[in-house]
Design a protein around this ligand. Sequence first.
Ligand code: ZN
Length: 236
Amino acid sequence: MPTNWQRALAVVAHPDDLEYGCAAAVAGWTDDGREITYLLATRGEAGIDTLDPERCAPLREQEQRASAAVVGVSRVEFLDHRDGVIEYGIALRRDIAAAVRRHRPELVITLNHRDTWGGVAWNTPDHRAVGRATLDAVADAGNRWIFPELTQQGLAPWNGVRWVAVAGSSTPTHAVDATAGLERSVQSLLAHRTYIEVLTDEDPEAYCRTFLTGNAQASAERFGGRPAVAFELFAR
Ligand SMILES: [Zn+2]
């Protein structure tokens, strides 16, 4: 994984998308003094069956901020697209391009944009939409004529994104050592307490640890033997 960068912007659909794997890499990066910003398309308000969206949204926003803080991320932004029905389209591309121009990252991170997680597990429409729009918006951010209204708002084009790293890809190309960040990633996922408690009957901490350790171990087998977070890297 490239290390010659200072700022990263992670763009995902829902609270918890970054905690199911990425956060261990993020912890290592913030330890190194890199600046990471989280951008979420929704507040995950449709994620809990027993909680209506108006009550769910502020709760999940709060859990996401706590979760980010565990791995050294203090900037967490929300775009307010609607959970479950995010549309791939110009509005989403524009919102993400605006964030890229505002934060001027060299590395952009997103979650699997493909139809499946590999094999028979179908991906969600929100992940597909946000992943694809992120890959596209990186180019939009650098072109002054695609969203001229952003320039008028004072957001100058930013052509400095060098890579987009896709987490959760079934065809990863690069990996980050997760050793230092693994325990914090467990605590980071655990910060989504309300969501996790609804999701599983298991002890929440055991659930988070088993899931993340298993993932890091699966990547280790493929990338050099140490626990790892794997990404599919697109270079620009
Ligand atoms: Zn999600």
